[in-house]
Design a protein around this ligand. Sequence first.
Ligand SMILES: [Zn+2]
Length: 197
Amino acid sequence: MKKAIYEKTILFAMKAREYSYARYSDFRVGACLEAGSGALYGGCNIENASYSVTNCAERTAFFKAISEGETTFKRIAIVGGYPNQKLEDCMPCGVCLQVMEEFCDPDQFEVIVAKSEKDYKVYLLKDLLPMAFGSKNLIGNCETFLSSITIVSSAQNQHRHAFAMFRHAAVHKAPLPRRLSTGGLAIPVYGFVQITQ
Ligand SMILES: [Zn+2]
């Protein structure tokens, strides 16, 4: 059953790899991310003359999917290698694993590293990034932080509503909303609450 979706995502990743912009390393990588909705998102590595700006195929796929409204993910297939050579085991880098940790359940999310649609290995995220630092480390401190906040605003009721939502997420260890909309006010949340007028 899973074999079919593994093959499908690997072939999709191979297609995405064709668009790789690997002008400097010539190491071409493709990825295919399957969202919880079932939609597939391709990604390729995109290098830059200012090397550190380079983006990996995996993160390209994640950022595409997230920017399209996806919030849950099942698996990602990765293929990589030099042109006109056999594909080699291309493990995700630490930065990409950290992005996966942000958006995926490490006990469930699968990382498929493929040499072909028939020759691949499947890992769980928890095995590739054990003991990860993640949102759980910050959410656990929300209650303490919230109790120390004094709301100073001309729209206190709206802020109270936002804080109630935030407190609920903290208590129930639910994912934090990335943005709280409170009747015209938008409060960005980056692991803590920022109060805006
Ligand atoms: Zn990476």
